[in-house]
Design a protein around this ligand. Structure first.
Ligand code: THU
Length: 131
């Protein structure tokens, strides 16, 4: 699947989000190596710190359904500009999707920017420390 198509799926996944308090919709589309897509959206609660980001809802759903190998994740938001993943999501994406993961950001003009997850979280903590 090409990056723009995955990006557009992230845009449409925003409709699944529940940003009750911030009103800031974020959508994610996670692509497995087998070509399956998991969509995610941010979900907020009245206890703000219990909010979960769009990226993590997509990844956790994929893990629960038994998928373990991922190619890329696209992220879209209500902002005009690209919406990069927060620090917590960078750690989760690195740990659960692997160092080769492409992170595709799409802005309101449908422009695309692509990073490797390792560019977004350099000098990272990881499973190697726990062996
Ligand atoms: N948010 C995401 O869903 N992903 C990110 O990587 C950045 C932030 C959400 C969390 C919260 O619901 C809203 O954006 C405002 O912070």
């Amino acid at each position: 699947m090409d990056d723009l198509t995955l990006g557009r799926l992230a845009v449409s996944a925003k409709s699944k989000s529940l940003p009750t308090y911030s009103k800031f919709h974020v959508g994610a589309a996670l692509l497995t190596k087998n070509g399956k897509i998991y969509e995610g959206g941010n979900i907020e609660t009245s206890s703000f710190s219990l909010t979960i980001c769009a990226e993590r809802t997509a990844v956790f759903q994929a893990i629960l359904e038994g998928d373990r190998e991922f190619t890329s994740i696209a992220i879209a938001s209500d902002a005009e500009d690209f919406c990069p993943p927060c620090g917590a999501c960078r750690q989760v994406l690195l740990d659960l999707c692997g160092k080769d993961l492409d992170v595709i950001l799409i802005n309101a003009k449908e422009e695309i920017i692509k990073y490797k997850i390792t560019e977004l979280i350099p000098h990272s903590f990881g499973e190697d420390f726990l062996k």
